[in-house]
Design a protein around this ligand. Structure first.
Ligand SMILES: [Zn+2]
Ligand SMILES: [Zn+2]
Ligand SMILES: [Zn+2]
Length: 99
């Protein structure tokens, strides 16, 4: 019960932390190699989210001031954005070399 409460507390700030437009990768669903590439990128994206979530939770084990918390969230958000950008670039590279 205590564990459940903890999780709810973390879920709220994390939702806003990850409020970045999702990757738009759903197109050409018939081409299987392309689909595989998309699945790979989506899996990478998912893994990135899990890593950020773990970092966030780990940081919350220690007491923090409001200001430190804000700074932490900003850093995680930037990391998340960079991750999205990297995946978009990989996706575009794939299309540039395969179209
Ligand atoms: Zn937080
Ligand atoms: Zn694509
Ligand atoms: Zn994301």
């Amino acid at each position: 019960m205590k564990q459940h409460f903890r999780h709810v507390v973390f879920a709220v700030p994390l939702a806003s932390l990850l409020a970045v437009p999702p990757l738009v990768l759903a197109h050409d669903p018939y081409e299987s190699e392309h689909e595989q590439t998309h699945e790979y990128l989506n899996a990478e994206h998912q893994a990135g989210h899990e890593q950020l979530e773990a970092q966030h939770e780990a940081a919350h084990q220690y007491p923090m001031t409001r200001r430190e918390h804000r700074r932490l969230h900003r850093a995680l958000r930037q990391e998340h954005r960079a991750e999205h950008q990297g995946l978009q670039e990989q996706h575009e590279d794939y299309h540039t070399s395969n179209d």
